[in-house]
Design a protein around this ligand. Structure first.
Ligand SMILES: C=CC1=C(C)c2cc3[nH]c(cc4nc(cc5[nH]c(cc1n2)c(C)c5CCC(=O)O)C(CCC(=O)O)=C4C)c(C)c3C=C
Ligand SMILES: [Fe+2]
Length: 418
């Protein structure tokens, strides 16, 4: 039996909870007659307005279309105009309405909405927007008069060992994470936002994802990644409000020069190719040793069930049961000064290469309160020592500051530009 809405979202920090459209500050999900709200369905609808943007601690949907944009204008007014336009369109699309639905549609002009989502339910669409470091400063230039408000932690991520990053899959001034349970709804959202940006911002790169690789609420089943392992077991969950407060949401005192980001977060995106043909020819014993958990149950190799705490000191006949270079050992808070992050990634396949190998992997997305302390040291440790790295190649990378949620009547990023 699922948890009730109040159990799932009752303490988001906003202190209020209600059905979408009720105009309350907490996250709300409306489902026809449903009470769980933790499991998404095509009828799920997430409120666009709130204290935090949706798409972070709201239950992870099954599909992703992620897009990074370059701003092509040098006009601050045009940029703010785009953020206002995106705000209105995002609010419409997340409630399943047409873009520009309120305005009359002249027959001799292109429709205001591209049309492929007409008649489809909201499908749990969430749109999460972020600002990249280059929106603030580029080539030493203060592009839009916001350089003084650039958060100290919003810098290009450092080069990590074994990175094979492609510039055309990295960076960006703006990002939009569109998640939904219907891929057509997610793609429709990015297509329409790109169209509205014409002349102000242009798509730089984008990534489709299927099959979430993390659960973000307790009542969601743990999904599997393309290595066939349960992924997301030890993730921060929406119910863990002490953890989300400590590791996900930015506080005003974190960076006084960038207090506009309070209530927001940072989004780390990494396109990680998985050498799945190599993985598929590896023994199950080796696969489990690399992960540090068993494949069937997802239980730590030290014993117990999926939810048992790993015992890193437990010894087998030839050393620790969870090897010293196992992924879960190196990613565990015990190895990372207690740090945790909220993972919200997706599987991807983008065709194949000339040798018939799939271009497949995991589009890693994490939300952190501070990437400098909450992501970079962990990635360094994994890139240097994780046994899984033999099967991985990082091919894309980006970092964005995710502003707080939008209040009714306000626009995205108003705390920065307003
Ligand atoms: C820098 C952070 C991380 C990257 C990059 C990353 C890539 C990555 N992970 C898997 C598969 C699994 N990861 C699991 C756990 C796990 N991973 C990270 C961080 C990164 N992973 C953390 C913090 C944790 C939790 C550690 C803990 O507290 O125990 C697991 C185990 C199940 C689970 O808890 O989710 C798997 C499986 C892949 C395939 C991958 C890159 C392609
Ligand atoms: Fe991981």
């Amino acid at each position: 039996m699922g948890l009730s809405r109040r159990q799932v979202f009752g303490a988001t920090g906003a202190g209020a909870l209600g059905l979408a459209g009720a105009g309350v500050g907490g996250w709300a999900v409306a489902r026809d007659g449903g009470d769980a709200g933790a499991v998404t369905s095509d009828r799920a609808r997430f409120a666009f307005h709130g204290r935090h943007q949706a798409g972070i601690v709201t239950p992870a949907q099954d599909r992703l279309h992620f897009a990074a944009f370059d701003v092509t204008t040098s006009s601050r007014d045009d940029l703010v105009g785009l953020l206002r336009t995106w705000t209105a369109a995002a609010e419409e699309m997340t409630r399943g309405a047409e873009v520009g639905g309120g305005s009359p549609q002249p027959y001799d002009a292109p429709p205001t909405d591209t049309g492929e989502a007409l008649g489809l339910p909201p499908s749990g669409l969430t749109l999460t927007f972020g600002f990249g470091p280059t929106l603030f400063t580029k080539d030493g230039r203060d592009r839009f008069g916001i350089a003084d408000a650039q958060p100290a932690s919003l810098r290009e991520l450092p080069h990590f060992p074994a990175d094979a990053l492609r510039p055309e899959r990295s960076g960006g001034d703006l990002c939009v994470q569109a998640c939904a349970d219907d891929p057509q709804v997610a793609v429709h959202a990015i297509r329409n936002l790109s169209r509205l940006a014409f002349g102000t911002a242009a798509l730089r790169w984008s990534q489709l994802g299927f099959g979430r690789t993390s659960s973000t609420t307790r009542s969601q089943a743990t999904p599997r990644n393309l290595f066939g392992f349960k992924d997301g077991t030890a993730n921060i969950k929406a119910e863990d409000t002490a953890e989300t407060d400590r590791f996900v949401w930015v506080r005003p005192e974190d960076d006084p020069a960038a207090d506009w980001l309070a209530g927001g977060s940072y989004l780390v995106a990494r396109r990680i190719n998985m050498r799945i043909e190599q993985w598929d020819s590896t023994s199950l014993a080796e696969q489990e040793a690399v992960v540090g958990r068993d494949r069937t149950e997802g239980a730590p190799l030290s014993g117990g069930t999926e939810r048992s705490d790993p015992d890193f000191s437990r010894q087998g006949s030839s050393g620790p049961l969870i090897p010293v270079d196992a992924h879960v050992r190196l990613a565990h808070p015990a190895q990372n000064r207690g740090v945790q992050l909220l993972r919200r990634g997706y599987n991807f396949t983008d065709g194949n290469d000339d040798l018939g190998r799939l271009d497949a992997g995991l589009f890693f997305i994490a939300f952190v309160r501070d990437p400098v302390t909450g992501y970079v040291p962990m990635q360094n440790r994994l890139s240097k020592s994780d046994a899984m790295m033999e099967y991985l190649q990082h091919t894309g990378s980006a970092l964005f500051a995710v502003p707080p949620g939008v209040r009714p009547g306000h626009y995205l990023g108003q705390t920065l530009f307003g």
